[in-house]
Write a new protein. Structure first.
Lengths: 275, 164
């Protein structure tokens, strides 16, 4: 990148930082491009009449059509989360409960080994006693250390940025658990039965938050985000970080956000506010 | 016995063995359909008229189809239903004495009927559900559709209802 911005610093959603105009003018046809984009946008403008007297104008490209079940995921999309810790209730565990119900993991009375796809953390400043809470789960890194260390290729990143374990080829070595700076992965120690059909999990394999990949593939939002909006504080927002018109991209561009342990350079897809 | 002769005998024995195995494999499949021998396993029929592929083809190739589908689903997010294990399980569910679909722990389970007979161990159900999900106790795929796009249509509906 030659726009003078160091990649990864202050660059909200992947490469989509303020370098676009610089590179356009470098080609010498920046004005023409801008005009073309404007005209394209105008052609794609749509007007939706919600009710008598209420009209919704949408200017610019249409939101990406939902992917068909037979279409591959593409890297045009980068799924991410924005979590506002100031709205995250201290005692609230709506996201954790929703994840447990959705994906079928639960406490089995062995807290030292039970799976934790998502957990609530209480963070306290020892100096002044100030506390806040936040949900912690797989951060769906762009450069995931768990993928780097996996000896079989079971730990992988999908084209749309979701980091998963292919349990068909996971040998349960747990290197990824060691490598993850967020302690996001769990190992299944006990035989299981009656798993959720869309969330297979079994003894001897490593697992973690899948960003509810089965729901995302169906055009829905993750269970934790849905639960946080419905019964929690509305602290979580899910969306496509590559789409500048998406609410999450707008907010990441507008507010100061933090990615936990950003210094490690893993480029997490989970952004936090007010931490 | 000379080396050449020994080699010839070995080769013909190997060929004979191959033919014998092929004949044994072909025997039940050749008679499939109208007059199947009584000792063949009788897996539960699925819902609907016919399977996603020809029965003889499924007998030989279902494992390949499932294996191919699993990779494209996990890595590429392709969720077509034709060779999805979940669809097989949903369609070929066998009800037990309690009226609920049986798990693979039961001998009546669709997959087990043949796999017990052929003495081939299945690993799928170490992780995968071996029976369809009970409808009520979930927020999963059976829950009402709540896509992000439904927000606008929901707002439109609300505004229409207010306007009237």
């Amino acid at each position: 990148m030659s726009c003078g911005l160091k990649s990864g610093t202050g660059c909200g959603s992947g490469g989509a930082c303020g370098c676009a105009s610089a590179s356009a003018s470098a080609r010498g046809d920046g004005v023409d491009d801008a005009r073309r984009n404007f005209l394209r946008g105008a052609a794609a403008a749509t007007v939706t009449t919600l009710a008598a007297g209420v009209t919704l104008y949408s200017f610019g490209a249409e939101p990406a059509a939902a992917r068909g079940p037979d279409e591959k995921v593409t890297s045009k999309v980068r799924w991410g989360l924005l979590i506002d810790a100031s709205k995250c209730g201290d005692g609230c565990t709506a996201c954790v409960t929703a994840c447990q119900i959705e994906n079928g993991w639960r406490d089995t009375g062995h807290p030292e080994t039970d799976a934790q796809w998502i957990r609530k953390l209480m963070v306290k400043n020892p100096k002044n006693g100030a506390t806040f809470s936040l949900p912690m789960m797989c951060q769906h890194c762009a450069d995931p250390p768990c993928v780097d260390v996996c000896p079989t290729g079971a730990s992988f990143k999908r084209a749309d940025g979701i980091v998963l374990v292919d349990k068909h080829i996971c040998i349960g070595c747990r290197y990824c658990m060691m490598a993850c700076p967020y302690k996001a992965r769990s190992f299944v120690h006990e035989p299981l039965e009656d798993q959720k059909p869309y969330a297979p999990r079994g003894k001897g394999t490593v697992e973690s938050c899948t960003l509810c990949v089965h729901r995302v593939d169906a055009g829905r939002i993750p269970a934790c985000v849905e639960a946080c909006n419905d019964t929690g504080g509305g602290a979580m927002l899910f969306g496509d970080l590559n789409d500048p018109s998406n609410e999450i991209s707008k907010r990441v561009a507008m507010y100061r956000t933090t990615r936990i342990r950003a210094d490690l350079g893993c480029e997490p897809g989970v952004y936090y506010r007010n931490i | 016995m000379s080396a050449a002769l020994r080699y010839a005998v070995m080769r013909s024995t190997a060929t004979l063995a191959t033919l014998l195995v092929a004949a044994i494999l072909a025997l039940p499949l050749g008679t499939a359909g109208a007059g199947e021998p009584a000792w063949l396993p009788k897996p539960a029929r699925g819902r609907g008229d016919k399977c996603v592929a020809d029965t003889a083809w499924m007998r030989r190739n279902h494992m390949t189809a499932l294996s191919h589908q699993r990779d494209s689903t996990v890595h590429d997010g392709i969720r077509t239903s034709r060779f999805s294990l979940k669809e097989c399980i949903d369609c070929h569910a066998v009800k037990g004495a309690d009226g609920k679909p049986v798990t693979v722990a039961s001998e009546k389970h669709f997959c087990r009927t043949c796999h017990d007979y052929a003495a081939v161990q299945i690993d799928c159900f170490e992780c995968h559900a071996s029976r369809p999900e009970a409808k009520a106790a979930t927020t999963g795929e059976t829950a009402p559709e709540r896509s992000p796009a439904s927000g606008v249509s929901a707002l439109a509906q609300y505004l229409r209802s207010v306007g009237q």
